[in-house]
Every structure is written in C-alpha cells, then in structure tokens.
Design a protein around this ligand. Structure first.
Ligand SMILES: NC(=O)c1ccc[n+]([C@@H]2O[C@H](COP(=O)([O-])OP(=O)(O)OC[C@H]3O[C@@H](n4cnc5c(N)ncnc54)[C@H](O)[C@@H]3O)[C@@H](O)[C@H]2O)c1
Length: 439
C-alpha cells in the first residue's frame, strides 16, 4: 500500500518505519527540514531502541522515504496518517492547529480517493473537524478514521510490532478493509484488531492514558502514606499486584509521571469533560497529585540539608522522563533541577541518552557529565530520577568515594535499603523507611 505519515516525531517515525518493514511504500513527511535531512542520512533525531536498523534497512530498500514536501507526499499516497503534535493549549485542551493545517493540505491535494487516519492523540470530534476541513477543498471521495497509537517511548518498536490491541474508529467498510490489510501482519498472533465508531476510538486513547496515570498517582500517594506509617511500598505493591483484578503493571511509585502524553492527555480529558459539564474529579486529583509528586525528590533533598542548599552540589542520575528514551518533556528531573538551582545549588547531571535534549531546556546552568560517576565527584548527594539499567548495580564504593556525604535520594527504589545502610549510606527512597548507616 502507498502510505504517507505526516509528522515524523516519536510516533510518526516509528509508525512509518514499521509499516515499511511489512512491505508498504511509506513517505514520512515533516516540516522540520533539519530532521528530514538527518533521517535521509540515517541519522535518527530521537533515541529509540531497535528503530535505527528498521530505518536504515527500509530506506536502503526504497520502501521508506523522507521528505519535507508534505503536499507531494499526500498526492503520492492512498492512506494518509496524521501524526503531528497535539500539545496542550493555554487552558489545557489539546491544541489542534497542526492537525487542522495537515487536514487543509490534504484537502488541497486530494488528487485521488484516500483514507485519512488521525494517529495523533486527539479529542472526540477531531475526525469530524478533519473531515470538514478536507471537504472545504475537494469533491474527491475520502474516508476519515481514527487510529490512536498506544506505543510507549523506550519500547515503541516492540509495542507497534506486537501491539496488545489495535484500535480503529471507522464509519465506512472501505476504511475497515484498508486497516485489516495494513495491520494484518501485526495481529497474526491473535491480539485483537478492534473496530469501533470514531468517537469511541478517540475516547479510548484518552481513557487508557488517564487510567495509567491514575494507577501511577494512586501508588505514589500510597507510597507517601507508607513512609508516614512505616510500611514498605515495595511489599504493598507486590501484595496488591498479585490480585488478578488489579494486576502488577504500572504500580511502581516514583517521582511523578512525565513525558509528552500522560500530563497533556489527562489535562485535555479534564477540559473536554468540563466543557460537557461532566466533572472528572478523579482525574483532577490525579493531575494535582502528580504536580505535587514531581517535587518530592527536591523536598527530600532539602530536608537532608535543613533547607540550606545554597553552595551545595547535587549529582543527578537521569534526565529523561523514563528509561530508554531521550525525551525530557515534562520530566520530573526538570522540576527537581529547577528547584535546586533556584535554591542556589549546583547540579552535575548524567543521562545515557538525554543530555542534548535536556540542554535545550536547561541550557548551561547545569554541568552535564558523560560518565555516571562524574556526576558524584565532589557532590554533596546523589539523586536518582530515571531508572536506566546502568544505574541498577553501580559500584557503591566508587559512589561513596566521590560523594562528600554518603547520601542517596532514589526516586525509583533501585536498591535495597538495608544493604545501602550497611555500606554506610543514608538512603532515602520512595515509600520505604529511611535507611541510615548504623554508627
Ligand atoms: N510520544 C509518544 O509516546 C506518543 C504515544 C502515542 C501517541 N502520541 C501522540 O502522537 C502525536 C505525536 O506525538 P510525538 O511524540 O510523535 O510528537 P513530536 O513532537 O515528536 O512530533 C511531531 C512532529 O510533527 C511535525 N509537524 C508539526 N506540524 C506539522 C505539519 N503541519 N506538517 C508536517 N509535520 C508537522 C513536527 O515537526 C514534529 O516532527 C501526539 O498527538 C501525541 O500525543 C505520542
């Protein structure tokens, strides 16, 4: 099939590469000429495990092409995916300006019948908006559908290749036929390809993200209570996760959820509901709870220094909002670092993939170090924000040697408190009793 994916970001690039891998002719179009120039030379603008070989192979075979000529890419395709960003507007609702711009371009270049799918996360009613925009410019037949994307950054290729399910909102048999053919190779093992009406498909994406954000926030608040009453959230998590009605996924407490999806999608869903006079109280609490949670690591560090951080140096491990990505959008690390800097502390930060993306946001107010142990050299404490694999079994003797004071504040519960105490550390993590070196 001849496909065009408009918007070559975290989602568009993965979607384009994976569809090319199953034999389709894919044109990935983006207005960012720097990004497209890099991709043409097989230089990926994002860090995503397993993506580079797919891009290289499919570009070499001629099935995957990159272009800034959005209009020409649309004209050359039978199916067009809209995968541009939908950032939060001033009031928190999804800003659809990029989606509408692409719809307009599609309408103006509708040279043959096409199926147009929204891949971006968009509120209920957006497919109709897209349909109306296209129809302003053309009399050619086209079908609009909603195909929300559920991939996770850090495991995006795997998620797309082996999806738990694929959701497609359709209102015409032709769209259904096209999507059965497109996704056939990805659901061979029986995972469902679920067709539904378009508004339900649009809603499903938001409801899924809202549920996951709720689970995380629930556990973060249980963790706070565990700390207050002397319980261990790791044990509580295992205890409740083994109940099959609850399940074990997404119950890890941490420094608050971040990334480009949960924060903005929770906000957008709350705004949609408010607009319909439906009060999503649960999600309002989730949003507020997560904002507070993002300050938890800073508050902990502050307590250890009696509120006096001026002149201190804090080592930070992890800038990305989660492991296996270079994405720092809404990362809890940014909240921590901004607060430390505002208090007059210096920050030495390490991340295996996200230093450059973080530098775009934080500039040179932070010392970025290429090796993890360089972050602790001469620092007063180490704070762990992201659960990268390389932080899981570190050389504790080396950390202790580098630190002026043996203090680790761990936002991801990577270590055993008793062991850290034995090794002479003060170890402050999430939802577990504070571990201190026995003197
Ligand atoms: N990142 C994720 O994990 C994820 C997962 C599922 C769904 N989504 C959703 O997918 C959508 C895209 O997210 P992303 O993270 O890939 O965003 P992104 O910011 O990484 O990429 C968006 C791309 O669209 C391009 N673009 C903007 N306007 C354009 C236009 N008029 N024509 C062509 N290109 C244009 C930008 O240059 C950019 O490269 C969002 O709605 C997001 O909520 C994201």
């Amino acid at each position: 099939m001849k496909l065009c994916v408009v918007g070559t970001g975290y989602v568009g690039l993965v979607v384009g590469a994976c569809f090319a891998e199953t034999g389709n002719d894919v044109l990935c179009a983006d207005v960012d000429s720097g990004k497209i120039a890099s991709l043409k030379e097989n230089r990926l603008p994002i860090y995503e495990p397993g993506l580079e070989p797919l891009v290289v192979r499919n570009q070499r075979e001629g099935r995957l092409r990159f272009t800034t000529e959005v209009a020409a890419a649309i004209e050359a395709s039978d199916v067009v995916f809209i995968a541009v960003g939908t950032p939060p507007d001033e009031d928190g609702s999804a800003d659809l300006q990029h989606v509408v711009t692409v719809a307009r371009t599609i309408g103006q270049h509708m040279n043959s019948p096409k199926v147009v799918a929204t891949k971006s996360t968009v509120p209920v009613g957006t497919a109709e908006l897209v349909r109306a925009e296209i129809a302003k410019y053309t009399k050619t037949t086209f079908h609009v559908c909603s195909n929300p994307e559920f991939l996770k950054e850090g495991a995006a290729v795997d998620d797309f290749m082996k999806p738990d399910r694929v959701i497609v909102g359709v209102d015409h048999p032709e769209s259904r036929r096209v999507f059965e053919e497109l996704y056939g190779p990805f659901v061979r093992t029986g995972n469902p390809l679920i067709f539904m009406d378009i508004p339900s498909a649009e809603m499903t994406k938001y409801a899924a993200n809202a549920m996951l954000a709720t689970r995380i926030t629930f556990m973060n608040q249980v963790a706070q209570l565990c700390e207050a009453v002397g319980a261990d959230v790791q044990l509580v998590r295992k205890g409740i996760g083994s109940d099959h009605r609850i399940g074990s996924a997404f119950l890890f407490p941490g420094p608050g959820y971040g990334g480009s999806c949960f924060p903005k999608d929770v906000k957008a869903l709350v705004r949609t509901a408010d607009g319909k006079d439906v009060s999503l109280d649960v999600l309002k609490a989730v949003e507020a709870g997560n904002e507070r949670q993002k300050r938890v690591l800073y508050e902990k560090v502050r307590r250890h220094f009696d509120g006096k951080l001026s002149g201190r140096t804090i080592g930070v491990w992890g800038l990305a909002f989660k492991a296996e990505t270079d994405d720092v959008r809404e990362s809890p690390a940014l909240v921590l670092i901004e607060a430390l800097l505002a208090d007059g502390a210096a920050v030495r930060a390490h991340d295996p993939a996200a230093i450059e993306t973080a530098r775009h946001v934080l500039g040179d107010r932070v010392t970025y170090v290429p090796k993890a142990y360089d972050a602790v050299a001469g620092a007063d404490a180490l704070v762990i924000v992201t659960e990268w694999r390389e932080y899981r079994n570190p050389d504790f003797a080396r950390i202790k040697q580098g630190l002026k004071r043996p203090l680790i504040v761990d936002g991801r519960n990577l270590y055993e408190p008793a062991r850290l105490a034995e090794l002479g550390f003060t170890y402050d993590c999430i939802g577990r009793p504070l571990a201190c070196a026995s003197s």
